[in-house]
Design a protein. Structure first.
Length: 149
């Protein structure tokens, strides 16, 4: 399997407000930058979107080292999602899962695309070069979203 390293991040100017997402993918000597944004969104939605877009960009099953600074996304996909699904996409408090359409899409990519993903949490804004690059890409998505008015 091809080995790919991915760093993702989301940014939001106001929560909710205009936001951006970014992903930096590296496979050997090859690199790819992805970013985008939405006018009215939340930080959690942008964090999820960054991971979704990065995984969707992979053309074949890969061994992925995915680095992210969002515990919401990491814990959601590795710890909480099985119970959400078992409860019909409801939380332990019987409330609907927020961002359910994004969680469903991420679940499809994680369980159906054949990737072997290792989820690595990194502390945001702490000097990790990959995280800083993903953060810069996410911030590039904000003005892009604002330009869509």
């Amino acid at each position: 399997m091809t080995e790919v390293e991915i760093y993702t991040d989301g940014a939001c100017k106001g929560n909710p407000g205009p936001g951006g997402w970014g992903a930096w993918l590296r496979c050997g000597d090859h690199e790819r930058e992805l970013f985008g944004g939405e006018l009215e969104t939340t930080n959690n939605r942008m964090e999820l979107t960054a991971v979704i877009e990065a995984l969707a960009a992979l053309k074949r099953p890969c061994r992925v080292a995915l680095h992210l600074d969002s515990e919401y996304v990491r814990k959601g996909i590795t710890e909480w999602i099985a119970q959400w699904k078992a409860r019909g996409w409801r939380t332990a408090a019987k409330q609907p899962v927020k961002n359910v359409e994004l969680w469903r899409r991420l679940d499809e990519l994680v369980s159906g695309a054949g990737h072997r993903i290792a989820w690595h949490w990194v502390k945001g804004h702490s000097g990790d070069p990959g995280n800083e690059r993903a953060d810069a890409l996410a911030n590039r998505g904000v003005p892009q979203a604002r330009g869509r008015r």
